[in-house]
Write a protein that binds this ligand. Structure first.
Ligand code: DGY
Length: 340
């Protein structure tokens, strides 16, 4: 190669913004990123300890992060101004201190919309599994004990029907509305609690409750679809759970912090409610072990958005946000703090 051209190419390479991808993301997204940036990938998907992440922040222009990374107030304290954008692969961003990011003029983006269907699918799966005792039924077959059971027509693995029941949705955002749409295929009646009443168009026939407590007695199922904020912490607690009917089923695909574990476990243990279906927990993956011993609790390991298609779309959206930022174009999905 002609040396001058080589020198120019090297200069251009050195000018490429440096991007750290904190965890393994979809191959196609990594390839796209490699075209325009100097990229550090994490092919082995090893978690980067928080103190390492803080040191690395001063060497990179952008991060592609996931919910596993702790990007709290401490992270932002020592920054030297190099880091410009954090593009999170995930709709939730409770692992990032948005206020601190704003204080340092660092943009934060997330990946809304592309996971609505996948999370709604998981929610419906939990509704069906919890009400039809699928955890118990599955374990029975796998244990080889099915043949030892009496096929009693009125007792053997009898659960509750879903069809025609009332589903109370806490948080009627994009995911909540997608869940409502899917649940209607089972003839479910939709009621909801939200910070604000939606327009008639978005409500699509759902009944609004302006406070969560008044909705509880009317729920056959209650499903949480709010972000994790101070406002939604323990929204299901001893008081709200205490207002549910005895046959009610609690579903959570949002964040563990929305539920007070002691209150829910006590209600499940003493049959104050019928069942729960949970994909998210406080202190994941070290969930409260009492959940695992409850027959009437169907548990999943936070797989709400875990489909090939969705994870690819989420990865691509994060990369697109990085590209837009360095092209000086509007970001696709910028996150701002609630009071901004
Ligand atoms: C999200 O996008 O926040 C999900 O919980 C990740 O699966």
């Amino acid at each position: 190669m002609f040396p001058i051209k080589k020198v120019f190419q090297e200069i251009l390479t050195n000018m490429k913004p440096k991007i750290l991808v904190t965890r393994k993301i979809s191959d196609a997204a990594e390839e796209k990123l490699n075209i325009n940036f100097e990229v550090t990938l994490n092919p082995k998907d090893e978690p980067i300890p928080s103190n390492e992440l803080i040191k690395m922040a001063n060497e990179y222009d952008g991060f592609i992060s996931t919910g596993f990374d702790k990007i709290g107030d401490d992270f932002f304290k020592e920054l030297n101004g190099k880091l410009k954008i954090i593009a999170q692969v995930g709709v939730g961003y409770d692992n990032i201190s948005i206020k601190s990011a704003e204080g340092k003029k660092i943009k934060v983006t997330n990946t809304p919309n592309v996971l609505n269907e996948a999370v709604a699918e998981t929610t419906i799966l939990l509704i069906l599994a919890a009400s039809r005792r699928i955890g118990e039924a599955y374990n029975l077959v796998r244990s080889g004990n099915w043949k030892n059971q009496k096929p009693d027509l009125t007792k053997f693995m009898i659960g509750n029907s879903v069809t025609g029941k009332t589903l109370g949705i806490i948080g009627m955002g994009r995911i909540g509305r997608m869940v409502a749409k899917c649940a209607k295929a089972f003839g479910m009646k939709i009621i909801y609690f939200n910070r604000n009443k939606l327009s008639e168009d978005l409500e699509d026939g759902a009944k609004y409750y302006s406070d969560v407590k008044s909705m509880m007695p009317d729920c056959d199922f209650v499903s949480i679809h709010t972000p994790a904020t101070a406002e939604t912490k323990h929204i299901l607690n001893v008081d709200t759970i205490g207002l549910l009917p005895k046959h009610a089923v609690v579903i959570n695909t949002s964040r563990g912090s929305t539920i007070d574990d002691d209150a829910l476990i006590e209600a499940l243990l003493n049959k104050k409610i019928y069942a729960a279906g949970l994909d998210v927990f406080n202190n994941e993956p070290n969930l409260d072990e009492r959940y695992m011993k409850l027959d009437n609790c169907f548990v999943l390991p936070h797989v709400g958005s875990a489909t090939h298609e969705t994870r690819l779309a989420m990865s691509m959206m994060a990369v697109e946000n990085i590209c837009k930022y360095f092209e000086n174009k509007p970001l696709i999905s910028e996150v701002v703090s609630y009071n901004s």
